[in-house]
Design a protein around this ligand. Structure first.
Ligand code: CS2
Ligand code: MG
Length: 403
């Protein structure tokens, strides 16, 4: 019988930190999974290295669901971002191995493609409205059919989604977490103004999205949703901190702007209420933070019953392995909605050799057996781990606010 003969954790920082699990079988097949949890990378690395890798040795790599249940139920302590990211890394590495053994891309093992390609949204931002408009134009010129728009808010020093120094998607920094400010009133006044100019300038022939990043109260989110209705948003994302799930009922009673949530969720139990009560339109859990391909498929099957579509998180702090895995899932589920594409920063491609393609706004994971990403360990060794934190948000009185 083929068994797992090695499982090791690889950490590298080609521009940003990525943790990768590499599993090797007794007949020499390797598979990789993303274990990156931005700003808390070493806890997942230790969870895997100290507690999971030793348990994998000698197991049959073909039993993906059985190993998943062994790690989930066997730990006794359940859920949480660290545990579920670690389990996800094992799951994706095992799907990668299964694909390579079968000589098939993973999406074929998941039932095959239900669409030609995966619609992804590009990221547009600006320090002011003219800059934002330029950026939206640039994204549309590249062929994207969907754009997320985020602009700086006059009077607020730094705002989520507007990169400092032009490194789109890079938010973590060295030393102690940087402190950003927040002002809900200014934000609520400003967003409809810039969305109006985006629609005036570019029309309605593309999907427009926006990430609120958990910053509003339910009634403020309801107000934002109403004020954006004319601009027909594809979604507003994370309008409120989603620990309070009943809040979405209030938002929904007031607005027809579609709601997306879930990037900080890590299990089907976090999604169940919002889905079954039909309080959201898109569920944004990711492969790498929600238990891997096996668990995400269960979440999406539940969502399909209730007309909720997928919208997987695809920030640059999820490694190319995670992004490729998401493309395989997106291609194979009926209730796909939209995939985020934040584009990884160079020199990531020194380490991660990918096979995905982007054409006319659609992505495809490629037809290489497995996930379609190879990891260059020699190159990875050149980029040492670099501790970084996400920013913290404070209000004018110094109290901490959701970032
Ligand atoms: C996000 C992320 O992509 C998104 O929608 O909200 O940028 C998020 O802030 C990061 O993944 C945090 O590490
Ligand atoms: Mg987000």
């Amino acid at each position: 019988m083929t068994t797992i003969s090695d499982a090791k954790v690889l950490i590298t920082c080609p521009g940003r930190n990525y943790v990768t699990l590499k599993i090797t079988t007794s007949d020499g097949v390797t598979g990789i999974g993303d274990a990156t949890l931005n700003g808390r990378e070493l806890s997942v690395a230790s969870y895997l290295r100290d507690h999971v890798c030793p348990l994998l040795l000698g197991k049959d790599p073909s039993c993906i669901e059985r190993i998943w249940q062994y790690l989930y139920k066997g730990a006794y302590w359940r859920r949480g971002p660290v545990t579920m990211t670690a389990i996800a890394a094992v799951d994706v590495a095992l799907w990668d191995i299964k694909g390579k053994q079968a000589g098939l891309p993973v999406y074929q093992l998941l039932g095959g493609a239900v669409r030609d390609g995966v619609t992804v949204y590009g990221q547009a931002s600006g320090e002011d409205i003219p800059q934002l408009l330029d950026d939206v134009g640039r994204i549309l010129d590249r062929g994207f059919r969907a754009v997320r728009a985020q602009a700086a808010v006059p009077g607020v020093e730094r705002v989520y989604g507007v990169p400092d120094g032009g490194r789109t998607g890079e938010q973590a920094g060295g030393g102690r977490p940087s402190v950003e400010g927040w002002d809900t009133g200014r934000y609520l006044n400003w967003v409809p103004r810039y969305m109006a100019t985006v629609r005036q300038e570019f029309g309605h022939g593309f999907h427009l999205l926006h990430d609120v990043h958990h910053r509003l109260t339910p009634i403020e989110a309801a107000h934002l949703g109403k004020s954006l209705e004319l601009f027909r948003m594809f979604w507003i994302e994370d309008p409120t901190p989603a620990e309070d799930q009943e809040a979405f009922r209030l938002i929904r009673q007031h607005t027809t702007t579609p709601l997306a949530v879930g990037e900080v969720f890590n299990s089907i139990w976090d999604c169940q209420y919002l889905i079954t009560e039909r309080l959201i339109d898109y569920i944004r859990t990711s492969v790498s933070h929600a238990g891997g391909i096996s668990h995400l498929r269960k979440i999406l099957s539940l969502a399909e019953l209730y007309g909720v579509r997928s919208g997987a998180h695809g920030a640059g702090d999820l490694s190319p392995v995670s992004f490729a895995a998401a493309l395989h899932v997106d291609l194979s589920v009926q209730n796909f909605g939209m995939q985020e594409y934040m584009e990884h920063l160079p020199p990531y491609q020194d380490v991660f050799k990918t096979t995905w393609t982007f054409e006319d706004g659609l992505m495809h994971p490629g037809d290489a057996p497995g996930i379609g990403v190879e990891y260059d360990e020699e190159a990875a060794a050149r980029f040492a781990y670099d501790p970084k934190y996400l920013p913290v948000n404070t209000l004018a009185d110094g109290s901490v606010h959701d970032w």
